[in-house]
Design a protein around this ligand. Structure first.
Ligand code: NDP
Ligand code: MG
Length: 349
């Protein structure tokens, strides 16, 4: 029963794919000499990638709408800052780091008119290219440099002398050197210190969406809330329910991160481990796997992407309502109060 799953759907004999990790030594950083990189959007990824590249010797300018706090932040960090259109005109390499749902419109109005032959268009997520919301002309390079970590980590780890692993992919190779540019670009961001994996826009986009919808965000949030509700509904104290179903999850995830699920099972009691094997697979059963495949097929067919873009075009009413509802959930309300007593948690406020 190991893991309690259906033996037909378990994947036991999985071997490493022929993927090759690339490092700084494999790149040619001089390709970026004399080039200007415009980073449009100085948010989570933008502020990190732009500063890392600058410290790697790349000439970086920033596109930000004036008036916002990120405009002032980029200025205070000593960057030349202009509108998306201005910096697109000046740059050889244009990296689009505004939110995905905004990229399509911004591309049409501010970037496309300045995307002349020989330039490069760069993304950190393949969404708009893969689903066809952005269709660049044939005479430019289109590649991806996607750090596999949140922006603040991309910056902090680099400052400490390390790097966050990075994906690169080429969608369009007009120069014949798009792959080498992507590699040099990823190394300038710090990826070459940790390892760079080559992928495709399709693979990056579909796996990224699948991960966030199922295990990383969607499934985990829903299970935390459902487990919390079950305890509270049965009359247990909400404080107990919060600590059990939400707070403790970090300790478990830290163990999994360090040594896999086996390491986590080593550390918990035999009682917990037995409950894990016998109960877990009742929750994530053949029905759940069917739903996982359905979620994946909605991603692959573009149905999810079209739904999300439509939601944005029609004023994000459902999205904002769900955000508001989510924040009202008992575990969020109780958790906020409990965390405010734990002064060591950064996010307590
Ligand atoms: P953020 O939301 O953090 O930053 C967005 C930036 O774009 C802000 O500086 C914001 O400036 C600006 N912006 C927002 N709306 C507009 C608008 N309407 N017009 C012009 N500028 C606007 O984005 P992320 O860094 O999270 O994401 C950027 C890209 O990186 C996406 O493709 C994402 O998928 C990808 N990515 C993100 C990761 C992450 O860690 N967040 C991880 C890997 C990839 P203002 O101050 O003016 O609002
Ligand atoms: Mg992701």
């Amino acid at each position: 029963m190991g893991g309690g799953q259906n033996p037909k759907t378990r994947k036991d004999n999985v071997t490493m794919s022929p993927l090759q990790l690339l490092y700084d030594k494999d790149a040619n950083p001089s390709l970026l000499n004399g080039k200007t990189v415009a980073v449009i959007g100085y948010g989570s990824q933008g502020h990190a990638q732009a500063q890392n590249m600058r410290e790697s010797g790349v000439n970086v300018i920033i596109g930000q709408r004036p008036g916002g706090k990120n405009y002032d932040l980029a200025k205070s960090h000593g960057f030349e800052v202009g509108s998306a259109a201005e910096v697109s005109a000046k740059a050889d390499i244009i990296q689009v780091l505004v939110p995905d749902h905004i990229q399509g419109k911004m591309y049409e109005t501010d970037i496309k008119p300045h995307l002349t032959a020989g330039k490069a268009l760069v993304f950190s997520h393949g969404f708009n290219i893969h689903f066809g919301f952005i269709k660049p002309p044939a005479d430019v390079d289109v590649y991806m440099v996607a750090p596999k970590g949140p922006g603040h980590l991309v910056r902090d780890v680099f400052v400490e002398g390390g790097g966050v692993p990075c994906l690169i992919a080429v969608h369009q190779d007009a120069s014949g050197k798009a792959r080498e540019f992507a590699l040099a670009h990823a190394c300038a961001v710090g990826g070459g210190r940790a390892g760079i994996i080559e992928t495709s826009f399709k693979e990056e986009t579909e796996t990224d969406l699948f991960g966030e919808q199922t295990i990383l965000c969607g499934g985990t949030s829903a299970l935390i809330h459902a487990a919390f509700d079950t305890l509270v509904e049965a009359g247990y104290a909400p404080e107990m329910a919060y600590f059990e179903c939400q707070h403790e999850l970090k300790l478990i995830v830290d163990l999994i991160y360090k040594g896999g699920i086996s390491r986590m099972r080593d550390s918990i009691s035999d009682t917990a481990e037995y409950g894990d094997y016998t109960r877990g697979a009742r929750l994530v059963n053949d029905e759940t796997r069917k739903e996982l495949r359905k979620i994946l097929s909605e991603i692959q067919s573009g149905e999810f992407a079209r739904e999300w873009m439509k939601e944005n075009e029609t004023g994000r009413k459902n999205f904002l309502k769900m955000r508001e509802d989510g924040a009202k959930h008992g575990s969020e309300v109780i958790g906020k109060q409990l965390r405010s007593m734990m002064s060591w948690l950064n996010d307590a406020k």
